[in-house]
Design a protein around this ligand. Structure first.
Ligand code: ZN
Length: 254
């Protein structure tokens, strides 16, 4: 379906950006006081955008003169229990949505390098919404959880970035390594090229062995949750001891 109107002021849709981030930046660039009001004026249903409705997303893209989503885009759909990142199942409690989460260095780079009005340059990444991802893959720092505010749950990404990055919080980020597990999750949801590992082979209805004891049919979401838990335990053990034998000893006692 082709939609006609193209705004004279547009912003680029970045790879890895969420639809709601793009909406918020496009609204800001066109002097709209909020993404919500922008949608009302443009005849776009924001609730449908939140649901990743294809026709509504196409209307939004057309406003920026775009005919398709950018390469590397992560489609996020949902139901009552799960979110689906490019079809990969994620329990909704592992989906960070209401409060903004970000990398201060990414925001600074966006503001420094991207085109357009300053307020509309920084954008929200899909992977920042995944609680499995704790660190930035580009800057090796820990992601920052913005303080609770009235903007929580509003999807007003530009305002959320603006509020979250005000001094004195903005310049500080804790050095942290983007782990192999995080890379695996990032690559899996963004469908990037990578080497297959054992986790890839789990079918969605596989019933787990005793190590994953559960009476429920197994799915990838549970597998990822369990693996994330093991990954956290391993890192905690690694911090607690520099000795591999000590780690093994502790593990065997669990
Ligand atoms: Zn970063």
């Amino acid at each position: 379906m082709i939609f006609g109107r193209r705004l004279s002021i547009t912003v680029p849709f970045h790879s890895g950006e969420t639809v709601l981030s793009f909406l918020s930046r496009l609204a800001t660039a066109n002097f709209a006081p909020s993404a919500q009001q922008f949608c009302v004026h443009m005849g776009i249903c924001r609730a449908k955008l939140i649901q990743d409705d294809e026709e509504e997303v196409a209307k939004l893209l057309a406003l920026a003169g775009l005919s398709q989503l950018p390469e590397g885009h992560v489609r996020v759909t949902r139901d009552d229990q799960f979110r689906y990142f490019n079809g990969e199942t994620v329990p909704k409690y592992n989906f960070h949505r209401y409060r903004f989460r970000y990398c201060p260095h990414c925001v600074a780079d966006d503001r420094r390098n991207n085109p357009g009005p300053l307020a509309a340059r920084a954008f929200g990444r899909s992977i920042w919404q995944l609680l499995y991802i704790k660190n930035c893959p580009d800057h090796d720092v820990a992601l920052v959880d913005a303080p609770s505010s009235v903007l929580d749950g509003t999807y007003e990404i530009v305002q959320m970035i603006e509020a979250a990055t005000k001094e004195p919080f903005f310049p500080y980020a804790t050095p942290a390594t983007f782990t192999g597990f995080e890379r695996y999750i990032r690559d899996r949801v963004s469908r990037q090229q990578r080497s297959p590992i054992w986790l890839d082979r789990f079918p969605s209805t596989w019933r787990p062995p005793t190590a994953f004891s559960s009476a429920q049919p197994f799915n990838m979401a549970r597998c990822i949750s369990v693996t994330a838990s093991l990954n956290r335990r391993w890192r905690a053990q690694k911090r607690a001891s520099t000795s591999l034998s000590a780690v093994k000893c502790h593990s065997s006692s669990c």
